[in-house]
Design a protein around this ligand. Structure first.
Ligand SMILES: [Ca+2]
Ligand SMILES: [Ca+2]
Length: 415
């Protein structure tokens, strides 16, 4: 091989390496609203969200609108310059706020902690502003007066188009935190305008990318100082009523959280907490067990016998025996054998599995398998626990005998 051909081959190889980028399946969450969605940093020290590994792992696209804006396209505080970046604080207002950041941090970190990945947050917030700015009907009549609808639509389009070739996505969530500035007329239509906004956004996304927003769930955050005047009270009541009547909308309360000294903005810790609450709604919606009692590995069946945790629930249960599942999602708890979602995989869970195996006609649970799991130092403790458990078990079986005599003889195999 000549040196020239060798160099060409090397170059081709290098190109193919740089071109082989993993295609990502993004879960997209769209955040909009006024200043508590934008997230102020004035009046507090420290004001930053700190650091977390989830920040670098979260994809982020933003375009935030100035509070004084009255035109479309709007004047911005700043944007991500058309690119998807890692999660980060955003550009300042040149005044009291040295940066902006909102519930996106607590939300992304909580989702990451729950094992969710490939999250793209598209943020389109505004400093202040009543819900008329987000109204498509107003926008269609006067682009300037409805500039946030136009800008939300445009920014979502740009964010979705900024993904890499081959990347795919599903719009999982819409997060709305708006209403402190509603006028009396805007407060009176807080429910219908939010409902229209959700429908218009879904429709717009689905028109460009069919079916990608079909399962979009909406989370509405309770505005700050929600009881402080008649417009805020009405806004909150109507938003709550809208959520109560629609399974795809969830209202998240915030009125237990203190406000900064301005009386209208949430501070650093509260912003993180609100984001965590938003995330928990989405995690709860997307990370539920399948409803089959005893199905540790979540394959839809209660079965045993193969020794492979992928299709043997007993093997999967043994693998998760005594796991501390506090803080995990219900799905993660179940996969760890914590079938009653109590926070630990214990004998109570083994009993549930035993009952489910019996109901499914599968082989009985062999309790001796549990004694093989712990370290030698804990084996004696387990023997004592198991002995007590067997006593409880026999009592339970005796109960069953009175109700269902035939089931006594399914008893518990001890080898
Ligand atoms: Ca199973
Ligand atoms: Ca448990």
């Amino acid at each position: 091989m000549t040196a020239g051909i060798f160099l060409i081959l090397c170059e081709c190889l290098a190109m193919s390496v740089t071109m082989t980028v993993r295609a990502v399946e993004f879960d997209v969450y769209i955040l909009t609203g006024q200043s508590n969605s934008l997230g102020t940093t004035a009046l507090e020290t420290p004001f930053d969200p700190g650091t977390d590994p989830a920040d670098a792992a979260t994809s982020f696209f933003w375009s935030n609108v100035q509070a004084s804006n009255a035109v479309y396209p709007p004047a911005l505080y700043g944007d991500s310059d058309g690119a998807i970046t890692a999660l980060q604080m955003q550009q300042a207002d040149g005044g009291a706020n040295s940066n902006f950041w909102g519930p996106e941090f607590g939300m992304a970190r909580t989702m990451s902690g729950a094992g969710l990945s490939d999250i793209l947050v598209i943020k389109v917030s505004r400093g202040g502003g009543g819900n008329g700015y987000w109204d498509k009907t107003i926008f269609d009549g006067s682009n300037n007066n409805g500039h946030m609808w136009g800008h939300l639509r445009d920014t979502v389009d740009l964010g979705l188009a900024a993904m890499g070739d081959g990347d795919t996505f599903e719009v999982k969530g819409f997060i709305y935190l708006q209403g402190e500035s509603n006028s009396a007329a805007e407060a009176a239509s807080a429910d219908t305008r939010l409902g229209s906004l959700i429908n218009n956004l879904k429709s717009h996304i689905n028109t460009a990318y069919p079916n990608t927003a079909d399962n979009m769930q909406t989370v509405v955050g309770e505005i700050a100082a929600s009881g402080s005047n008649a417009n805020r009270i009405q806004t909150t009541q109507l938003q709550m009523a809208l959520a109560a009547g629609d399974p795809d909308i969830t209202f998240v309360t915030t009125n237990d959280l203190p406000l900064k000294s301005d009386g209208i903005h949430f501070g650093r810790d509260e912003k993180l907490t609100i984001g965590e609450r938003f995330a928990n709604v989405f995690i709860g919606l997307s990370e539920q067990p399948n409803g089959v009692i005893g199905d540790v590995n979540q394959d839809g069946l209660v079965s045993t016998g193969t020794g492979n945790p992928a299709d043997d629930d007993v093997t999967a249960f043994i693998a998760g025996w005594q796991t501390d599942t506090v803080g995990l999602t219900d799905l993660q708890k179940t996969l760890s054998g914590d079938l009653n979602l109590s926070g630990r995989t214990t004998l109570a869970d083994a009993f549930i599995l035993h009952e489910a195996l019996a109901a499914a006609g599968a082989d009985d649970f062999n309790i001796a398998l549990l004694t093989e799991v712990p370290e030698p130092s804990t084996t004696m403790l387990l023997v004592v626990v198991v002995a007590g458990w067997l006593l409880v078990w026999r009592l339970r079986l005796a109960e069953l005998y009175e109700l269902q005599p035939g089931r006594l003889f399914r008893g518990f195999r001890i080898s």
